[in-house]
Write a protein that binds this ligand. Structure first.
Ligand SMILES: [Ca+2]
Ligand SMILES: [Ca+2]
Ligand SMILES: [Ca+2]
Length: 172
């Protein structure tokens, strides 16, 4: 079983991802979510970066749903719980890595594959984080201190959040 914080965070994630508010997750929720994220970064839903995020989200949904067309909250918790249990880190990375990479693609304005301070501020503002916190958060995510956030560094933070090890929420 995933721990209580991890389960609670899955519930929050469910509510966030149920983009049409139908009470269940469907592929269409992820198409909508990707379009909303793209819009938050000022990119059109038909841009290559938005398409890449849509593909990453829908393939993540398919991996979690395992062929089911729709997941209720309980079904989602049951299906995603094993990804947020101690020992499942590499599986989590496999499923969520492409999504984080997709968000990086949308946010990476200078196209160097990494997120600098300015790009990160745009990201956090898009997910509703107070602008005054961006510099501190940047330092927390930039584990190697090179002034750029890599996909791996960002994925680690998303994973730590979902494992209940950190309170830094990067996916809104
Ligand atoms: Ca839905
Ligand atoms: Ca960049
Ligand atoms: Ca770094």
């Amino acid at each position: 079983m995933a721990n209580a914080i991890a389960t609670e965070r899955l519930r929050k994630r469910f509510a966030k991802w149920d983009a049409d508010g139908s009470g269940s997750l469907e592929r269409s929720d992820f198409v909508q979510e990707a379009a909303e994220i793209a819009q938050a970064f000022g990119k059109s839903a038909t841009s290559p970066q938005a398409r890449a995020l849509t593909d990453a989200f829908t393939s993540m949904f398919e991996q979690v749903a395992k062929g089911a067309g729709s997941l209720s909250e309980e079904q989602f918790i049951a299906a995603a719980g094993p990804l947020v249990e101690a020992g499942a880190e590499s599986k989590f990375d496999q499923v969520l890595g492409p999504v984080v990479k997709g968000v990086v693609g949308l946010c990476d304005q200078n196209n160097d594959g990494q997120i600098n301070g300015e790009e990160f501020a745009t990201w956090l503002i898009a997910v509703g984080v107070d602008e005054s916190k961006t510099a501190t958060l940047f330092e927390q995510v930039d584990k190697d201190g090179n002034g750029e956030l890599s996909v791996d560094e960002l994925l680690t933070v998303v994973r730590d959040f979902h494992y209940g090890k950190s309170d830094v929420e990067l996916l809104g």
